[in-house]
Design a binder for this molecule. Sequence first.
Ligand code: CA
Length: 380
Amino acid sequence: MNTIASSIRARRASASPIALAVASALLTLATALCAGNALAQSPAKTRWTAPAAAKAAAHSYSHSAAAMAFADDLAQRRDLNPAWVRQQIGAAQRIPSVIRLMQPAPSGTPKNWAAYRARFIEPVRLRAGQRFWENNREALARAEAEYGVPASLIVGVIGVESLYGQHTGNFRVLDALTTLAFDFPTNHPRAAARTEFFRSELEQFLSLAERTATDPQSYLGSYAGAMGWPQFMPSSWVKYAIDFDADGKVDLFNSQADVIGSVANYFKEFGWQRGMPTHYPVRFDPNQSKEDFETLLAPDILPSFGVASFTAKGAVLEGPALAHTGKLALVELENAGAPSSYVAGTENFYVVTRYNWSSYYALAVIELGETIKAQMANGN
Ligand SMILES: [Ca+2]
């Protein structure tokens, strides 16, 4: 199956429109089959040769002056072959569904922690997580020892990101990144910044593919261009991914050890502190003033209060939380119409949000990993 998909991809650049349509249908089938497989396909190794006569489809970026100017600029800055960069970006297809998926959520959409949590802490993911942990005990223990990041957190992240490699994405990364780099929805409040971000990611992606002699068109990922079991963006792959099974290459599609080591390394690089919990239970003293409550919530997830000022403003902590030496944040998780949930987030909670900038995400990965750990301890 991998061979079918690879050979289709290898042919795509020079095929006729009819052959392309057939190949595209076959590719969709092959990718759909791949998605059900625990092993995602790794990028194809190729040697690039200039196409004799590139016939670009009407919806490709070879017709975009902005994209071609960017290609030339990128080639110069990165010292890459300009014809190769033009050909790659020119071969990228505009994907309307990627643009739609980037539309901001309608304003007034209520956040709902209970519903968000239930999407991830559920039987299928718990079972898959336990299998993943049992299959990777050595690498998880080694990552925990070397980086100080608990195995449960690593297991939680990989579970939320890709259901342990089962959902690594079926978009061509080249198409997704190029679409977002040149057609980001203009009605988005941060459209300019996001455009810059995706252009930078596209640049990192092409540099990575060139350096590893892999075909940019063979990478599959999420609609935002995130890749592999840990769903690393290209810049994260370049900066934080490591070769944790020491086979000489970094492979976040097929090496579970590389995935585990890379997630641990990511958190270490963002300031993970060995031995520090991510959060403590907290409630707010109803006799305290509303102003104090607002003061505690104002810095959001950024830990800003020592235990003394935190509790003086009405946060009620118990047990080991009272002995915490770092700063804390009062993290609010809304439950649509129902009362909000709260946790006292530490600096390590903040580090988890560097993977995905959301307190809902952070608490979901933490609780998924801890639930799997508890179920294994209970012999389930
Ligand atoms: Ca490796």
